[in-house]
Design a protein around this ligand. Structure first.
Ligand code: AQP
Length: 327
């Protein structure tokens, strides 16, 4: 039996190179080794306001980009969260066993609610319980994510242990798989914040569908510092971020990168990096255009994905209900 991988992505904004390098590209690499489930988490997306027609389009765009990046529908099930009501049902059940104090510690909610103030929804607060439901529903072993999701996965593990302790062994305890390099690609305008699809820095995130001109313009405007030497130094977040992106796209060793740029300046690094990103995104973009030329094809793959995972979700949900005496 292969171990099971589960991960999700929100259909919000434009998928960026942070999502790609820390999550999507690694999902592609794991495909042969594991059983894979990748979920487009539209119920998470609506924790902040979304335009309905835009959301529908972004769900298809996200799916198209996953397939274009190399997710193989023969090896991986890609599906939409709202196609399976079991996610919301299990989230409600988990709400009833997760202590409020655990949820109040979640830093992502604190950061996001501070930005939204009065418009903040109860759903945004409850986001981690829904994420726990997503993962536990499929009895996932491994959850490959970026660094920003570490705390949510800890909460998922705690919720599963608590449920198992109260009602008997029900959930497998999942493990986060977080890359050593590139787990947190930073925003180009503010390298102290993570690159984000929907956050305030969204305009300076490099989208997988960005044109070469847009990539060049964003990279050339990226914040650096007033020093000159080009080396990996976490104390210099702007230049460090650009070097990490360079490292991940080229696969070069850090020493080789530093040697390569030893007699060059920031403008050279930015110019080269922009061309490397463009070169990496170009085949993905062509593949995306081919895949989406017939819009019904993506819908078909998503329907098939949901059909494949439904029995797994239903099995867990009925076990949970049985254990709790529901129904
Ligand atoms: N900057 C990042 N660097 C590395 N990994 C990242 N991830 C997100 N941002 C970075 C990882 O990508 C996967 C999908 O996450 P998401 O859909 O939540 O993406 P987002 O860019 O974070 O999108 P939003 O809409 O701006 O959402 P918030 O602000 O809620 O996170 C995950 O594995 C994530 O870790």
């Amino acid at each position: 039996m292969k171990e099971r991988v589960f991960s999700g992505i929100q259909p919000t904004g434009n998928i960026h190179i942070g999502n790609y390098l820390a999550a999507v590209r690694r999902w592609v690499e794991l495909q042969n080794e594991y059983e894979n489930l990748f979920c487009i988490v539209d119920l998470h997306a609506i924790t902040v306001p979304q335009d309905p027609s835009m959301l529908k389009a972004k769900i298809r765009e996200t799916a198209g980009l996953l397939f274009a990046a190399g997710i193989d529908p023969e090896k991986s099930s890609v599906f939409v969260q709202s196609h399976l009501s079991a996610h919301a049902e299990l989230a409600w059940i988990l709400n009833c066993i997760i202590p409020l104090g655990w949820m109040q510690r979640m830093t992502q909610f604190k950061e996001k609610s501070a930005m939204q103030r009065r418009t903040v929804s109860t759903g945004l607060f409850d986001y981690p319980a829904l994420m726990a439901a997503d993962i536990l529903l499929y009895q996932a072993d491994l959850v490959p994510v970026g660094e920003d999701q570490r705390q949510h996965i800890e909460l998922t593990r705690d919720a599963a242990r608590r449920f198992n302790a109260i009602y008997g062994e029900t959930f497998r305890i999942p493990e986060a798989v977080i890359p050593e390099v590139g787990a947190r690609i930073m925003d180009l305008a503010d390298p102290l914040k993570k690159m984000s699809k929907s956050g305030p820095g969204g305009a300076m995130a490099i989208g997988l569908l960005d044109t070469p001109e847009a990539v060049r313009s964003k990279i050339m405007k990226a914040q650096t510092d007033s020093l000159r030497d080009i080396r990996f130094d976490e104390g210099r977040p702007g230049i460090h971020n650009l070097l990490v992106i360079y490292e991940l796209f080229t696969g070069m060793a850090r020493t080789a990168i530093e040697r390569h740029f030893s007699a060059k300046g920031y403008a050279d690094l930015k110019r080269e990096l922009a061309e490397i990103i463009i070169g990496n995104l170009s085949p993905l973009q062509s593949h995306y255009r081919e895949l989406t030329s017939d819009p019904s094809y993506i819908n078909h793959l998503l329907t098939e994905g949901a059909q494949r995972v439904r029995p797994l979700a239903e099995r867990t949900l009925s076990l949970v209900k049985e254990r709790m005496g529901l129904g």
